[in-house]
Design a protein around this ligand. Structure first.
Ligand code: MLT
Length: 274
């Protein structure tokens, strides 16, 4: 592996917005957000280690270790403050990032995700899936997962977009997928930290998400003091793919709120006192 562990897109100018993809995805998940938000923010969309064009992990990677990779990338880019957005597994990593690097986070966007750890049953299911992937490869898993990612309506009316999501999922490598399955199973319950989150937080969910139902987002919104909940009507798990306009507009509004109340910089304060 080279020093440059993560491949990424870096587009636009303004407050940095880090987009963390879900499982088993890569930065192609964010195509509509990069195009739709680069006029609003500096959008940084990496491939997590083990996914897309990034290097492979040495073994199981915890959500914390993914967060550390992302922090190293931001340091390399000279970014000191960032809005961290994660979808599903990306949300687990976003919460790990906030726990490890609270001073770097200016705002948090939790999309179609949850704070709770896996149940014992879910953990066992992940291990069974990991073993299956080691034998069969990723393609059968991608096929099984697609109906959870996108509604039947989207799949039938937008076959091209739906096929791109399936291709993106089945192109992932066994090493990354197995590592992520085991890493997600290890993640701690982040529910106790929700009440302590002080950064403004946007929570996005969608009414037809059966992978992580909207009730999980509603619970997070109740627990996080400075949070706003947006429910996108009719979309499944990949709300950003099914409803990019609604998704991007929620993010734009949130980013505008973060920059509107920027405290004056020391330079401005000095000139104001003159
Ligand atoms: C995801 O979309 O990232 C996964 O469905 C998350 C999970 O398996 O818990």
């Amino acid at each position: 592996m080279t020093d440059q562990i993560l491949e990424y897109d870096d587009a636009g100018k303004g407050l940095p917005l880090l987009l963390i993809h879900g499982f088993p995805h890569d930065r192609r998940l964010w195509r509509s957000q990069i195009a739709g938000l680069e006029g609003t923010a500096r959008v940084i969309a990496p491939d997590l280690r083990g996914f897309g064009a990034s290097g492979d992990p040495a073994g199981t990677m915890s959500m914390d270790e993914h967060a550390a990779d992302l922090h190293a990338l931001l340091e390399e880019l000279g970014i000191q403050k960032v809005v961290v957005a994660g979808l599903s597994m990306g949300g687990y990593i976003a919460l790990a990032f906030l726990a490890r690097y609270p001073t770097v986070v200016k705002g948090l966007i939790l999309c179609n995700t949850r704070a709770a750890a896996d149940t014992d049953e879910a953990r066992e299911g992940r291990e069974t899936t990991a073993r299956k992937v080691m034998v069969e490869g990723v393609a059968p898993l991608a096929k099984t997962m697609l109906p959870g990612m996108l509604t039947q309506e989207f799949r039938s009316t937008r076959p091209g977009s739906s096929a791109s999501i399936q291709t993106m999922m089945q192109e992932q490598r066994t090493a990354g997928v197995v590592s992520a399955l085991r890493g997600m199973a290890l993640r701690p319950d982040r529910t106790p930290m929700l009440g302590t989150i002080t950064v403004p937080t946007l929570i996005i969910t969608s009414s037809a998400d059966k992978v992580i139902p909207p009730s999980e987002s509603e619970a997070m919104a109740k627990a996080i003091p400075e949070s706003t909940l947006v429910v996108i009507d009719g979309a499944a798990h990949l709300s950003n793919v099914e409803a990019p306009e609604a998704f991007n507009s929620a993010v734009r509004g949130f980013m505008a709120g973060l920059t509107a109340f920027e405290p004056p910089s020391p330079l401005n304060e000095a000139s104001a006192h003159r």
